[in-house]
Ligand binder design. Sequence first.
Ligand SMILES: *Cc1c(COP(=O)(O)O)cnc(C)c1O
Length: 472
Amino acid sequence: MDLESFRRWSHHAADWSADYLTHVGEAPVRAPVEPGSIYRQIPGAPPDAGEAMEAIFADLDRIVMPGITHWQHPRFFAYFPANASPPSIVAEQVTAAIAAQCMLWQTSPAATELETRMMEWLRAMIGLPETFAGVIQDSASGATLAALLTARERATGMKANADGLAGGPVLRVYSSAQVHSSVDKAVRIAGFGDRNLVRIPTGGPLHGMDVAALSRAIEADLAAGLKPAAIVAALGGTSIGACDDIAAVAALAKRHGIFLHVDAAWAGSAMICPEFRHLMAGAEEADSFVFNPHKWLFTNFDCSAHFIRDPKALTDTLGIRPPFLRTLGQEGFVDYNEWSVPLGRRFRALKLWFVIRSYGVETLRDMVRAHVAWAVELADRIAAEPGFEIVTAPVLSLFTFRFCPPGTTEEERDRLNARLVEALNADGRIYLTQTQHGGRFVIRFQVGATMTTRDDVLGALDVIREIAGRLA
Ligand SMILES: *Cc1c(COP(=O)(O)O)cnc(C)c1O
């Protein structure tokens, strides 16, 4: 493709993208396809000769698009959002054209320095103090892994990297069962072992860790000669939005010198609204804090904002400086690859810069606030709807509910709600997912897509009522 054709097809892609976002709300939210049906339409061998872009775009529409689940659909209420926005998409186009590999300062000084500034902006936007330094990680999972590796090094006096874990003390990690599975995964990869992830029971309206039980678990481990290394606190757990009492957990962590990582992957974006910041009280005492602008801050995946109190501990853990990666003759810069597990890094700061400048912080706050308000309004209506109950109250914009027609047993309701989710998603007008709470099957509802309106949210009840009525 010569550059004149590139210009033409880039314009075409821009038109295609605008058309896509204009009409995405007309498509079924979840892709209505059978497993294997897309695969079978793609030739088993690559073409020997180049093909025309017209043909490639035609197949994009014919083969690929029917198999897309539309995360930017205004009635996407499943999982957590992975919202994007026009300024973010435009920045991604520019980023793709620049195609810089931003592993070192000198491999694109602007990428590094814009990243430093953007993390300062985000830090101020969510009200974290300047004692934290920030880095953009590829994912919250990557940030949590980097944090737990740092905790491991701190707990072993920086010995685990050199000597491995064998022969050292048994290291313990504490969290509730409400944290994301990325914590379980990081515990494995970092070599702690599943059995050293100690689950603390939860309680209270926000389903936070029982801090007295956490304290007892730590004391018992110390008495048994085990070494408490890290606590992972949830700020907006994935299942029902559980929030730990971070201030109380942080006090305990401080008393015992335990590394505290806060996973706010989803809820962190809402901390740009001062009225929600009570949920993060005490986070300023944590060692590490992650949230995903790529979830709920209108910024394309991938963009995880990771704040650390002692970046030197992180770079001592992850920084490896072979001769071929040295920058000669310069000082006063950071090489962000030393802050994360992968070496290669995309230029992720640019889309944040476009998003924050294009909207301005006040508009971003209003968008998040509206999502929360609409979720609360819908939860109130579902609570008032005969045959339905709210199981967990809204935490920000996430709540869970259950269809419970009179005269049915809890077991029947589990099966009925499983059928209801599947029927709703097959219908295609809205998209929801499920979780388990208190041993029961419940339906999650979250509001967070960029183009969602109040009508989309409140209208979901009409769809739910209609489909549930058919099943009952
Ligand atoms: C989504 C989510 C994660 C994982 O985020 P990735 O960026 O996809 O790794 C971790 N923790 C919580 C609470 C989440 O909601």
